[in-house]
Ligand binder design. Structure first.
Ligand SMILES: *Cc1c(COP(=O)(O)O)cnc(C)c1O
Length: 400
């Protein structure tokens, strides 16, 4: 379908557009360089070289060694493999306790739910109203039988950043495996797996301008990693299947691109983000979700009382703005986001959420247009809403 009207895409936490560098890097592997890296002939070995070059590049960006990076089909698979593996290896030594937070991505939460059914005990740490766990909470929750701590680096719905280095230090001291879902953080904020004492880390190319369906799992040397997909000997026998070379090449190129521009992008996005937050905060009975400072430059999430998030999104879409009410996995269902509920927001308020996730393509003009449009739509929806009339007449108390 032709896109006649310019759309303002501010749903980059759901997925990003591929950058030119990533498209250019993947193209040869879609055309001439189609060998299978497991083949011994020249065509295969050329592909194998590309694979290892990409692995080394990706490893360098998080200060890992190339041998510590395993390719996966994306962030979800990396999360599943990391958690399943750490749980199984803990169980071998009688450890059946896992620590996480209440607002992880579903790739983590649903895996843990299954493990709980299989006999693991899961502690869900409170993330408080500001959307941040403290290192002390982690320290207090660790037990003799703790097999794994899995805490996301940055939250995909509200953008808050967790004290990962402090948590990593505690886990290392207590000799507990520490995994972080860093899908929203890689390429957006600096990451050093060694300095931060991270044992396992998940990343996904399509959240930083690479291709969809490709990601990686970093596993520190010495931490056991179980096979997730059985089959051939690819990825040192840990993940069978012919490698997605084109996707992997795009991931390495995209990471080069975003890491090379990180300072500039952060400054630009923080400015736009704060402009939008300031512009929307004047709307009465509204709220910024999550800590105002400890957050990604790219994500902001606000609630507007008396509004249905879905209606807000559809009307913004009519105005050419592609935003979200939370995670792509939550939209389409009428349940409020588990992330917003974890912050302690009442259901009625959590329903009226808007997530704006920016990329370097967004401009000051976009920010102004977004503020103007959201204000108009919120006012329009409130005027039509019986719930809002009740709040305004004092029949019901305002919650925000
Ligand atoms: C997008 C996302 C995932 C899933 O990654 P996919 O590559 O889409 O499977 C996992 N965790 C977080 C925090 C995400 O934002």
């Amino acid at each position: 379908m032709e896109n006649t009207q310019r759309t303002i895409y501010v749903d980059n936490a759901a997925t990003t557009a591929m950058c030119d560098e990533a498209i250019a890097a993947m193209t040869p592997y879609l055309k001439n360089v189609y060998g299978n890296p497991s083949s011994l002939h020249t065509a295969g070995q050329v592909a194998k070289e590309a694979l290892e070059e990409a692995r080394a590049k990706i490893a360098a960006h998080i200060n890992a060694d190339a041998g510590e990076v395993y390719f996966t089909s994306g962030g979800s698979e990396a999360d599943n493999q990391a958690i399943r593996s750490a749980a199984a290896n803990g169980l071998k030594r009688g450890k059946k306790h896992i620590i996480t937070t209440a607002f992880e991505h579903h790739a983590v939460l649903h895996t843990l739910k299954k493990l709980a059914r299989e006999g693991f005990e899961v502690t869900y740490l409170d993330v408080h109203e500001n959307g941040i766990v403290t290192p002390e909470q982690v320290k207090d929750a660790i037990r003799e039988d703790t097999a794994l701590v899995t805490i996301m680096f940055a939250n995909n719905e509200i953008g808050t950043i967790q004290p990962i280095a402090e948590i990593g230090k505690i886990c290392r001291e207590k000799k507990v495996v520490f995994h972080t879902d860093a899908v929203q953080a890689v390429g957006h904020v600096p990451i050093d797996v060694k300095a931060m004492n991270i044992d396992m880390l998940s990343l996904s190319a399509h959240k930083f301008h690479g291709a969809k369906g490709v990601g990686a799992l970093y596993v520190r040397r010495g931490v056991p990693l179980n096979t997730f997909i059985e089959g051939g000997a690819q990825e040192k026998g840990r993940r069978a299947g012919t490698e997605n070379i084109a996707g992997i090449a795009s991931m390495a190129a995209a990471l080069d691109y975003v890491c090379g521009n990180m300072d500039k992008t952060s400054a630009h996005l923080s400015k736009l983000r704060d402009k939008i937050i300031n512009g929307l905060s004047v709307i009465p009975h509204s709220k910024l979700n999550g800590d105002p400072n400890k957050r990604l430059p790219s994500i902001l999430n606000m609630c507007f009382e008396g509004i249905e998030g879905e209606s807000l999104l559809l009307l913004l879409d009519d105005k050419g703005i592609c935003a979200s009410s939370g995670s792509a996995c939550t939209s389409g269902s009428l349940d409020p986001s588990h992330v917003l509920l974890a912050l302690g927001l009442p259901h009625e308020v959590a329903h009226g959420s808007l997530r704006i996730s920016l990329s370097e393509d967004n401009t000051e003009k976009d920010a102004d247009y977004i503020v103007k449009s959201v204000k108009e739509v919120v006012e329009y929806l409130r005027n039509m809403s019986p719930v809002w009339q009740d709040l305004e007449n004092g029949k019901k108390p305002h919650l925000l």
